[in-house]
Structures are given as structure tokens and as C-alpha cells.
Ligand binder design. Sequence first.
Ligand SMILES: C[S@@+](CC[C@H](N)C(=O)[O-])C[C@H]1O[C@@H](n2cnc3c(N)ncnc32)[C@H](O)[C@@H]1O
Length: 117
Amino acid sequence: MSRRTLFAVEEIPEHLLQYFEPARNKHCTIKPLALTEYLARLIRPPEAYLDEAVILVPFCGTGSEIIGAIKAGWRRWLGIEIDEQYAEIARVRITYWQKQAEADREKRAQLEMELQT
Ligand SMILES: C[S@@+](CC[C@H](N)C(=O)[O-])C[C@H]1O[C@@H](n2cnc3c(N)ncnc32)[C@H](O)[C@@H]1O
């Protein structure tokens, strides 16, 4: 039987799956990352402002809205969560997506340099 997760399995490395399964992530209002990314894209400022702009996510739960923002290109964020267990899950998930986004940006910059030469 395949593992049940709340997110697209192909997006998540095996060693992090435990943080995404209902057994570990019991948050009551988990949302699909595609939805949170779409919403964050609607309010994302133009590229020139992204180094200064900060997206504030109060009551951030396990981080889905922050991850959506990172996937939508936001670079700075601030999340507030009172429950330490939810905050820990958020930290793990956000760290993973932040690394992905940084790697993507580096790849894009490299490609642009190659195209210019
Ligand atoms: C309805 S959930 C929303 C979670 C997340 N934004 C989402 O959409 O998945 C509200 C969250 O706010 C947290 N919370 C409640 N009171 C809080 C407070 N005073 N300060 C920070 N977080 C709080 C709860 O622990 C819960 O994770």
C-alpha cells in the first residue's frame, strides 16, 4: 500500500516524509502548497523589491503559507506560531523549501550568465 501524505509525494525527500504524514503533522488546517503558492504570488512585489519585502504570516501553523511564499519567489518571511510542535514541523519544512529555492535561483543565474556569454 502506498504511503498517505497530505502533499505530492514526489516533491518530498524520503527522510523528510515523516514530517508530512498525518500521523506526525496533525495540524487542523493544512492547505495544499499549490494553493498557498498561488495566493502568495498574487501579493508578491516586483523583483526589484524582493530583497527588502517581508511576508508576515501570523498563526503560521506548520508553515504551508510560508512555503507557498518561498515557492512563489518571496525571499524574506516572518512566521509566528505558539505551538512548539507545529513550529518545529514548520522549521523542517521551510528549511527544505528554502534550500530548493536557493538552488533554483543559483541555477537560473548560472544559465543567464551562460546565455550572455
Ligand atoms: C487556524 S490555524 C492556521 C494555521 C496556518 N496558517 C494554516 O493555514 O495552515 C491557527 C494557528 O495559530 C496558532 N495560534 C493560536 N494562537 C496563537 C497565538 N496567540 N500566537 C501564535 N500562534 C497562535 C495555532 O497553534 C494554530 O497553529
